[in-house]
Design a protein. Structure first.
Length: 165
């Protein structure tokens, strides 16, 4: 029988963001998305610092990742208006993908948004991000419209997706 790999044995714990996480979260965002789609440090900082922000961090719980970093992923969302929220980013490091972590982060985020009296949640994703589209559809999100040239630096459209909470 094949021995489980390092990451397959690891579990994940989800917790609230701490200011000392910021530098690593920004580096993870740079790793997860190409330049022009990933956020600048100032943009990510302003999203996390917003008074209506929900920022959750997933850590490897059983063991460190191969890189030695404890953070496996994160999600940032805002309760943006009466009754609705918006997911700004969901980032999972490549070595932690395909273990259900994205679903766990999104479910925890949606719980927080419900607690803030959000009844609907929206997000945007590139039309060619097949992995994200599969995840969001699995979680019940539907494509609402196409946002032409949303990622202007890449001449790339995005889907606005949403669901009722």
């Amino acid at each position: 029988m094949k021995e489980a790999t390092h990451i397959e044995r690891a579990g994940f714990a989800i917790r609230d963001y701490r200011p000392e996480d910021f530098e690593l979260l920004w580096r993870i965002d740079q790793r997860c998305f190409p330049a022009g789609i990933s956020y600048s440090q100032s943009d990510l900082d302003s999203f996390i610092a917003d008074r209506d922000a929900v920022t959750l961090v997933a850590e490897f719980s059983d063991t460190d990742s191969a890189s030695g970093d404890r953070i496996a992923g994160f999600v940032v969302a805002h309760a943006t208006g009466p009754g609705y929220g918006r997911v700004l980013t969901l980032d999972v490091v490549p070595e932690a993908r395909r273990f259900g972590l994205g679903s766990r982060l999104m479910n925890a985020c949606e719980e927080r948004l419900r607690a803030l009296e959000c009844k609907e949640v929206y997000l945007e994703t590139a039309v060619n991000n097949e992995a994200a589209l599969r995840l969001y559809r699995k979680l019940g999100y539907e494509v609402l419209r196409v946002l032409p040239q949303y990622y202007s630096s890449h001449s790339l459209d995005a889907f606005q997706m949403g669901k009722k909470l």
